[in-house]
Design a protein around this ligand. Sequence first.
Ligand SMILES: [Zn+2]
Length: 126
Amino acid sequence: MSVSSPATRRYLFDLYGGTCAYCLTRPADHLDHLVPRAAGGTNSRFNLVPACTPCGQSKGALSVTEWVARLAAGTPTTGTGAPPAPTYQVPMRPVAHLAACAPAPAHPAAHDSTHAAPARIGSDLP
Ligand SMILES: [Zn+2]
């Protein structure tokens, strides 16, 4: 069973140009959960990124944070064990993607205009 609709899958693959969001070098071949299902992660598009098989197998059921920490420390990850390539980069694109999807702060001008004093037409009349 697919974890996402075809439209969501296409959107996420297009967002990353068909490249794995983790290594940014290999073509993605599946969607991976940033927060694993086992840890309560959902199938929401905000929790999915395109990934290649080596990265997906290395990450296994770890969260991205745990996985990157283990890679940085040189400790074994889950799945098939050692990271599949020495060219790993910190996965910045998923973070940027999530930041881009966060709600924008309210514009101060919009806030001020809702509380602006009403125009006092004719207030200078005797
Ligand atoms: Zn990869």
